[in-house]
Design a protein around this ligand. Structure first.
Ligand SMILES: [Zn+2]
Ligand SMILES: [Zn+2]
Length: 213
């Protein structure tokens, strides 16, 4: 049986050293890559972070990457809930067509175009389901599709729900899509695009699962 040395890691997840005990000269109080503070113990329970695995008489090179969770209490380490991880769009929860058409644009940094494409997918789906011609699009399409009196798509049990859905879909185009197409182009960053794509994902899901034509 071997033993573990201790690892020192910065709050953003850069490994400082996996030989904190054996090589104290490698310790840093601030990360030399990003300047963040460093830790070598779990902030939750105080258990040292596992570093290099040492077996007596066996020399080895290298060591593990920073772990995601504390092996003692199971809490995620601080670098695991960093915002940049959240910024990724999780393809596994997205509608297949949406993932296929938007993700490459999103991942290559074309955020504005990724958002536009997401809404184009939604438009196409509503058009197909309601039997509308190509020419009808955007807010007007949503208004006609979900109209409580003569719209082809019905949702929920009450007229209130039906109205709510109509306003939701129409509003998504007016408030979230149209600004992307016309104005505020510089405001469409990675975070906006991610949230817009997930919003469209929800609307696609409601359309597929809760709407009848
Ligand atoms: Zn760092
Ligand atoms: Zn812990």
């Amino acid at each position: 049986m071997g033993t573990y040395d201790v690892m020192q890691v910065c709050m953003n997840g850069h490994k400082i050293t996996h030989s904190y005990v054996e090589n104290p000269e490698f310790r840093q109080s601030a990360c030399d890559q990003c300047g963040a503070d460093t830790i070598h113990k779990c902030p939750e329970c105080g258990e040292p972070i596992r570093g290099k695995y040492l077996v007596e008489g066996v020399a080895s090179v290298g060591g593990p990457d920073p772990p995601e969770h504390c092996h003692e209490c199971g809490d995620p380490y601080p670098w695991e809930d960093e915002a940049d991880q959240f910024a990724e769009v999780d393809a596994s929860v997205l509608d297949d067509e949406l993932a296929e058409r938007c993700l490459s644009e999103y991942e290559s940094g074309h955020y504005q175009s990724a958002v536009r494409t997401a809404f184009t997918v939604l438009e196409g789906r509503v058009r197909d389901k309601g039997g509308f011609p190509q020419g009808l699009s955007g807010a007007k399409l949503m208004l006609e599709a979900f109209n409580a009196d003569e719209g082809p798509l019905s949702f929920g049990q009450t007229e209130g729900e039906q109205d709510g859905v109509m306003f939701l879909y129409r509003g998504a185009f007016q408030a979230l899509r149209n600004p992307v197409s016309h104005r505020f182009v510089e405001d469409v960053d990675e975070d906006y695009a991610r949230d817009a794509i997930h919003t469209v994902n929800l609307l696609l899901r409601l359309l597929d699962e809760n709407t009848s034509a």
